[in-house]
Design a protein around this ligand. Sequence first.
Ligand code: NI
Length: 175
Amino acid sequence: MAVRPVVVWPDERLRQPSVVIETVDASVRELYQDLVDSMYAENGLGIAALQLGDPRKMFIVEPKLAGRPESDPPVAFLNPEVTWVSEDQQDSEEGCLSFPDIYVKVKRPMRCKVRAMGLDGQTFEIEGEALLARCLLHENDHLTGKLLVDFVGPLKRTMIKKKLMKVKDAADAEA
Ligand code: NI
C-alpha cells in the first residue's frame, strides 16, 4: 500500500509491452492498492499500471465515473479488451497523469464496450459513454503503449517534450 511516483513521458517505461495477468494473487492486489493510492494522490480519473512502471496489463477507473457509488473502491480492469466502439465520435481535450499540465484534443468514439477480468477473477463487460468511454479508451491505450503525444503533430510533440523535460529537471534539482 503506497503512493508511488507516476512515470512521466518521455520515460521509456511507458512504452513497455504489457504482460497478461494469469491469476489474481497477493502481488496483483498490492499493485491494485498502489494504483488506487497513486491515482487519488494525483486526483486522476484513471491510471494504468505502466504509469507506475509496472508492465502488468491492468488499469483502474474512479468509481463514480464508472457508474458505481462514490464510496465504492475504484474499478479494476485486468487484461482489458475493447470489444466495441460506436461510429459517433467525441472531440475534446484530454489530460494524462504522465503528461502533467498538458492537454491535447483527441477524437474518440462516443461510446465503447470493454471486457476485462475483475479483482474477483470474474470476467465482466462495461459500456461507457462520453467521459467514461474516453477514460476507458485512454487507459486501454496505455496498455498498448499508445500515449497522448501519438495524437499530435511533430511540432506540438517537441513542445510537449521541452515542457516536460523542464518539469523533470526541476524535480531532479529538488531531489
Ligand atoms: Ni493517461
